[in-house]
Design a protein around this ligand. Structure first.
Ligand SMILES: [Fe+2]
Length: 299
């Protein structure tokens, strides 16, 4: 017993500086992040729904423009890549086109539609339409880099939660924070639901009351039940994504995909990096290879 105590004591002394600075950084980070989100909300006229979740509706005009771009992209994809004729228009008939969308779903890379040569122009138009809509938020002075092109995701509700939990250890249907999947901590993530037939997947964001050090990294295997219980102790206030509403969070905000039924959801997402770096943005910010300067974002 004495030996163990001694060992523990020497460990504490040896690692004291590191332990204290880690803890301090996380505390700092939580506070600074909230401050930064408050400032951005103020500048962009965004609603700070949670201290670390900003929301604002896309204007009807830009939502229609994006929808037209998605329609053109998906319909050409169906014809050129799948050699199938969609029930037109594809977007207004998500239910009728369910099987076709499911087939497209099989072509997904990390849930994103695989953009191939045949639909290059249409995917460009989609990216640019999303960028135009994002410009409404007036955040150009706040952002230095942005992911290009933006991701177009299809979530098809042919889904068995039990199965996904078994086979995908880092499934998005479990509560998680994106730094676990390697997202740099100083990035923000912007997600917008563009279409949902009412039964399609939603994203549920939650607010953390505190940020325990043990959550900064995920260790060992990801046990969905354990982590759900663990999060229960630290999260409050849950917010669900809505069609046509921007959601901007950072890589520390817990979220998960929830499935109201077996429907279709189409969404866009991209990551961005704030111009103003915080001392507590850690680990070291490294720019992912798919990032472009904000002023060069258009394709
Ligand atoms: Fe995520």
């Amino acid at each position: 017993m004495f030996k163990i105590k001694l060992k523990f004591l020497s460990y504490m002394i040896k690692n004291f500086n590191e332990l204290v600075s880690d803890f301090f950084n996380i505390k700092m980070s939580q506070h600074d992040r909230k401050q930064r989100f408050a400032q951005i909300a103020h500048k962009g006229g965004l609603k700070q729904t949670l201290p670390l979740l900003l929301t604002k509706s896309i204007s009807e005009k830009n939502l229609q423009k994006i929808n037209r771009a998605i329609t053109a992209l998906l319909e050409k994809y169906a014809r050129m890549v799948l050699k199938k004729e969609p029930i037109c228009p594809i977007i207004d008939n998500l239910d009728e086109n369910f099987d076709l969308l499911k087939e497209m779903g099989k072509k997904l890379v990390g849930n994103c539609l695989e953009i191939c040569e045949e639909v290059k122009e249409e995917s460009k138009a989609f990216h640019n339409a999303v960028c135009d809509a994002f410009d409404e938020l007036n955040l150009h002075n706040e952002i230095d880099m942005i992911q290009t092109p933006v991701n177009l995701r299809l979530k098809i509700g042919d889904f068995d939660p039990g199965q996904e939990h078994v086979y995908h250890p880092l499934s998005t249907s479990k509560p998680h924070i994106d730094i676990w999947a390697g997202a740099p901590a100083s990035l923000a993530i912007c997600i917008v639901e563009l279409m949902n037939d009412g039964q399609g997947a939603k994203i549920e964001f939650s607010e953390m009351s505190s940020f325990p050090k043990s959550l900064a990294k995920i260790k060992g295997s990801y046990d969905g039940r354990k982590i759900t219980n663990f999060f229960k102790n630290f999260t409050k206030n849950k917010i669900l994504s809505e069609v046509g509403v921007w959601n901007i969070v950072d890589a520390y905000t817990p979220h998960q995909t929830v499935y109201p039924g077996r429907g279709v959801r189409i969404s866009a997402d991209f990551r961005l990096s704030w111009k103003d770096k915080l001392v507590s943005d850690f680990p070291e910010h490294s720019v992912p290879s798919d990032f472009k300067k904000y002023e060069d974002r258009k394709l």
